[in-house]
Design a binder for this molecule. Structure first.
Ligand code: 0O2
Length: 202
């Protein structure tokens, strides 16, 4: 954690680091239970992060909430977030099944932005879990696992970067073009899935 984040999270910082490490190792173990062979692995990579204090304060400000860690723990679900990047769309639902079956986890919300994409073209599946916290009277914390294919992640990363460039003109045209890219990538994802299914069937 950066110095500024350590100061902001204060007494909560060690527990957040502990939960992040636990989440990562549990996800890894879950994925290994499907396959440890790189030829058949479902995940391209996994990432886990604790939200930076500036990004958290910005989100709390946007939602008109107190800019404190406690307010974040109570009202937000992505202070600790993990991202599982899969090769194929079908793999996302295999991982979801494992998450739902995990006896150590309690799934509270599933947001399927693949079946029901956001209007801008964003696709991803978000799973929110409640985990024990137990620091300073805060019993639990919600964490978010985002499941995406490589193509969905690529689009989200580029869109995230472009979104914050305020000087861009022709916003409507750019929005349409981004949406078109998202749709083309989703169509490629489906074709790749079909090709894999054909190969597997022999
Ligand atoms: P970061 O930098 O990724 O951590 P909201 O009120 O909509 O901002 P909420 O209620 O948590 O957030 O719900 P949502 O939209 O289901 O999930 C938010 C997270 O999903 C975002 O976190 C992004 O990681 C991702 N996300 C959602 N919509 C988009 C989108 O249109 N484009 C991209 N690139 N990512 C998206 P943060 O907090 O915005 O930031």
């Amino acid at each position: 954690m950066k110095q500024e984040d350590l100061i902001f999270y204060g007494e909560y910082a060690p527990k957040l680091e502990e939960i992040k490490a636990l989440l990562l190792s549990e996800i890894q173990a879950m994925l290994d239970s499907i396959s440890t062979d790189s030829e058949t692995a479902v995940a391209e990579h996994i990432k886990c992060r604790i939200k930076g204090s500036e990004s958290l304060k910005e989100k709390l400000r946007r939602k008109r909430l107190d800019e404190t860690p406690e307010s974040g723990f109570r009202q937000l679900s992505d202070i600790i977030g993990a991202r599982v990047i899969t090769h194929f769309v079908g793999d996302i639902y295999s991982v979801l099944e494992l998450i739902e079956k995990n006896p150590n986890w309690r799934v509270v919300t599933i947001k399927d932005y693949i079946a029901d994409m956001k209007p801008n073209g964003y696709r991803s599946l978000h799973v929110i879990l409640t985990l024990p916290f137990g620091v300073n009277g805060i019993d639990t914390i919600d964490v978010e696992i985002q499941l995406r294919t490589i193509a969905m992640d690529c689009w989200a990363a580029l869109e995230h970067q472009l979104r914050y460039k305020k000087s861009i003109k022709n916003t409507k045209l750019i929005e349409e073009e981004l949406k078109r890219c998202a749709d083309e990538m989703a169509s490629t994802d489906l074709t790749m899935q079909t090709i894999r299914d054909l190969i597997r069937r022999g």
